[in-house]
Every structure is written in structure tokens, then in C-alpha cells.
Design a protein around this ligand. Structure first.
Ligand SMILES: [Fe+2]
Length: 380
């Protein structure tokens, strides 16, 4: 019987497009119906379209396949639409999803919000992962940043359902996510098959509202093994001329956004085990181009830094580093006392809800039972 191995989820929203991805238990065709209507409570009354076999054009794969990617085009900006996916095997077996909402990216000056979490596979339990995603769902973020270690073993097929797609299912049907690789993703082929970001997929940048987001693959900058972390040469390392170095500089230098946010897995600042000092090689660049906030993970706790510039406190022009070690908890990794750069920290399963409205940004840190335990407001 043909079934969904992964329910449909959303990737890479723009003001006119959205990519829908799903996986079936057998190779099958790929079809998405999209309605322009924002509400379905009184029936589907909007314009009805069928996009058949778009996955073939988009992915270059020859259908039928098990993993389906269809990019919907011609959508209206900042608008809720509805969609449904359908696959059919060569023998006529059919599977069809429910109808789900999707929202295109907002206009440049429209307020928006996003969620941040990580470590569902690094430390999270099935129960915590479900609760964290359910709490996120209730806050209705426009999209998610997942700062790595979403799975325990990226090379293990079953992990992707267990740690990410099943516990987050009710959220991911209508909320796009941006995942950057952690060490637990193992630079595995499954990562590249499940995400639908521009090549090379493990690092990317996008504009949402008035904010420039840059996601990096820190596992291609630092190798982290039993002998400790060190800068590595994979993909050219991190120096002028290296792909991620040039990417970061070019993105920041060309940015006209009000807010600049960078996210990657290994934390340059954390008053706990698994700080990766080598990642501070990025700080002078991010400081020079006015990055506001950096989201990290890897240490499975929550910690927000004071504003830092030049490895010193700078309340006016510093970068705030937030380790959102997400769905798991390892409070035993905290050092005996906080470091000079620590503003607030707690070891509990959690996520962040970040709201951006013009020159005001509000960050809420919320635990798996919905309790607010930290917040920050920044204004320009
Ligand atoms: Fe990690």
C-alpha cells in the first residue's frame, strides 16, 4: 500500500514561490494542487490549479521517485494559500494528503516572526521533541531556524523521521524550516536530499522582511574530533578565497537589510563545555559588517551573551550570541560559574520565538512546557 514516509513540508519561501517536499513509501508521481484561497472553513472557493510533475523540472530527477520536490510559482506575496499533494504509482496506487495552509514571504516592511531550536537528535527525547515543536506551533512563527543536530545519525535513514519529521509534522506542513548542518548530520546524503535550498545547500542566505539571514556550515570550517576542534581545509577552510569565507563577506557587504542574523552550529561563545574557540575566526567579519545576532547550538543548553565586539563587552555595537541548544538538555555541561560574556543561561529543553517589527526585535526563550524564561529586546 502506498503511504507517506514523510508528510508534506515546506522549503525556501519567497514572495512568489514555495517548494513542497514529501516522501512516499514507493516511487510515485508528484503532483501539488494549490488554492489561492486563504480560508477553507466554508469550502475551497479560490482559484484551483494542478501542477503536474513539476518535480522533474525542478530537481532533475527522473520521476517517479520516493522524495518529491515541487516548487509552486506565481503565488502572491505575503498571502496564505492552501495546498495538497498527491502521488500515484505505476500500478495506480494513490496517496493524497490533507489540505494545508502555506504563507508566502512577507513584504520588506512587514513584521514577521520565526522560531529557533536544535539538538532534537543530539540530546532530545521523543517526548521533549514533540513538546518543543508543539509549543512552537502554538506561537505560529512564519518559519524556523534549526541550528543543527536535528538527527542523531544523519547517515541513518530512520533518524530523519524519528527526530525531525514525525515530532514536527504538525508544524512543518505549514511552516518552512532552514536547517544548517551540525556534527550529527554527518554531512550525510539524506541532508541534501531532504532540504530544498540553493546549491550547495549546506550554507545559504535569504532575505525575509527587513532581515538578512545567513546560514553557515560550521562543520566545513572546523573539524571536531577526540583531539578537540581545529580549523580544517575541507572546502578550502575559512580564509580569503575559501567558499564560505567569500560567501559570508559578499552577503554581508551587499546587504541593505535593517537586521543581519547569522546562524551556524558550533558556538564561539558559551560558558559551558563544547565552546569552539576556532569559530571566533568569523567574529571580526561579522563585527565589521554590523551583524546583530548570531544563533548557535552544539552545547545543549540555552545561553545568551552580552553584546560582544573585539572579544570585549560593547553594549552599543556588539553582537549578541545566543546558543539555542534546543530540544535536549545537558545542564551538567555548564561551567561552575558564568563567563564574562554570559548574560543569561539555563539548561532546559526550549526554543526561541523571535519577532521583528521594523527597528524593534524581541526574543523570547520558552521551555518545553510553554514557560517564558528569558527575553531580550533590541532597538535600532
Ligand atoms: Fe553538535
Amino acid at each position: 500500500m502506498l503511504t507517506f514516509a514523510k508528510q508534506p513540508y515546506l522549503q525556501w519561501p519567497t514572495q512568489e514561490t514555495m517548494t513542497v517536499v514529501w516522501e512516499t513509501s514507493e516511487p510515485a508521481s508528484s503532483e501539488v494542487n494549490v488554492w489561492d484561497t486563504a480560508r477553507v472553513h466554508s469550502g475551497l472557493d479560490g482559484r484551483f490549479r494542478t501542477l503536474d510533475d513539476s518535480a522533474r523540472k525542478i530537481t532533475g530527477h527522473t520521476p517517479p521517485d520516493r522524495i518529491h520536490r515541487v516548487t509552486l510559482t506565481g503565488l502572491r506575496p505575503e498571502t496564505t494559500h492552501h495546498y495538497r499533494v498527491r502521488s500515484v504509482t505505476a500500478t495506480g496506487e494513490t496517496v493524497e494528503s490533507a489540505v494545508y495552509p502555506l504563507k508566502t514571504a512577507v513584504n520588506d516592511d512587514t513584521p514577521f516572526s520565526f522560531g529557533v531550536t536544535s539538538e532534537m537528535g543530539g540530546s532530545g527525547t521523543d517526548a521533549y521533541n514533540r513538546e518543543v515543536f508543539e509549543q512552537m506551533r502554538m506561537r505560529r512563527p512564519d518559519f524556523l531556524l534549526l541550528v543543527g543536530d536535528a538527527v542523531n545519525r544523519g547517515t541513518h535513514y530512520d533518524d530523519w523521521a524519528r527526530y525531525l519529521f514525525v515530532p514536527a509534522e504538525a508544524l512543518l506542513t505549514h511552516t518552512p524550516f532552514y536547517l544548517v548542518p551540525g556534527n550529527h548530520e554527518e554531512n550525510a546524503e539524506w541532508f541534501y536530499r531532504y532540504v530544498a535550498y540553493p546549491d550547495p545547500k549546506n550554507y545559504y542566505a535569504f532575505r525575509y522582511g527587513n532581515t538578512h539571514f545567513i546560514g553557515l556550515d560550521s562543520t566545513a570550517i572546523v573539524v571536531y574530533d577526540k583531539s578537540g576542534p581545529r580549523l580544517i581545509e575541507r572546502d578550502g577552510g575559512f580564509r580569503p578565497g575559501a567558499p564560505q569565507y567569500e560567501f559570508l563577506v559578499n552577503e554581508l557587504a551587499s546587504s541593505t537589510a535593517t537586521w543581519k542574523i547569522v546562524f551556524f552550529h558550533y558556538p564561539p561563545y558559551i560558558s559551558a563545555d563544547y565552546q569552539v574557540d576556532e569559530m571566533r575566526a568569523l567574529c571580526p567579519i561579522m563585527e565589521a559588517y554590523g551583524v546583530d545576532i548570531v544563533f548557535n547550538s552544539h552545547t545543549i543548553v540555552y545561553e545568551r551573551s552580552h553584546p560582544i565586539r573585539g572579544d570585549r563587552l560593547d553594549l552599543k555595537n556588539g553582537i549578541t550570541y545566543v546558543v539555542a541548544g534546543g530540544a535536549g538538555m545537558r545542564p551538567q555541561w555548564f561551567h561552575h560559574k558564568k563567563a564574562w560574556h554570559t548574560a543569561f543561561s539555563l539548561g532546559t529543553p526550549h526554543f526561541l520565538h523571535v519577532s521583528v517589527a521594523g527597528t524593534r526585535l524581541e526574543l523570547h526563550a520558552i521551555d518545553y512546557e510553554g514557560r517564558l524564561f528569558d527575553m531580550m529586546v533590541r532597538e535600532k
